[in-house]
Design a protein around this ligand. Sequence first.
Ligand SMILES: [Zn+2]
Length: 309
Amino acid sequence: MPRNVKLVTTLIATLFSLLVSPAIAANKLKVVATFSIIGDFAKNIGGDRIALTTLVGPNGDAHVYELKPADAGAVAAASVVLVNGLQFEGFLQRLVDTNVKKASIIEVARGANVLREEGHSHGAYDPHAWHSIPNALVYVKNIADAFCNVDPSGCPSYRANAVAYSNKLKVLDQEIRSSISRIPENRRTIITSHDAFGYLAHEYGLKFLAPQGLSTEAEASAADVAALIRQVKRDKASGIFVDNIGDKRLAEQIARETGLRLGGALYSDALSDQQGPASTYIAMMRYNVMTIQQGVLGRPASAGKEAAK
Ligand SMILES: [Zn+2]
């Protein structure tokens, strides 16, 4: 091929790719997820058909997050805005008040098996529903439905991804049940800094006590802490853990006053960054259960390593 013809061909190819690439990006379904765990579900179902913006990133606290001006832009441009609901996102009303298309807001916890907030009679629910894998399967279905509604041509792909991902979650569910079955019944009471693990407890047979309530917004009072310390002694709690978004000092104080060993950090309301041990939902669930086992039994448990890849 003469050199100048080759040059022209290359030039045309370059121009073509310049013209086409933004078009492909523009054709992607614009999705906003309010926090990293829902963002991970969305990635698994949407694959490269979606352009995803996650508002509250790794190790972030969605209870107290405040919307930034850039978030409002992403939300306004989105075809689908995935929120947990159950009053988890303290900024939800602000989000609704932006010029978001109302119909695009999807509460992914809808239809999940939700727990009432203990000690309250006013009908409030514990929002941390994703810590039960049967509930995570509901989240996945809701997200696939939402994507199919706005992008019917992508629906076969979303459905196939949802099935493949759900199968991985079901394997993980069995793995967690078998891991927790190795912890003796009388050693399953544990302390965490904020009360985010009610669903893990309910689904898999653990008991959690927490000085800080369901939201990180309220601080524990001295009386709350004193009552918890009495309860720790009475119920013979087996371990105490901090979580990745909460305040460590309270857990450290309780550990000192009760003689309990402080275990590792559990991931509650956010994933870790890419380098951390909980950069996906599946990694987070596996890591939490392994950390609880190690903290309670004082050794790694073999079941935690059986990976559902
Ligand atoms: Zn929380």
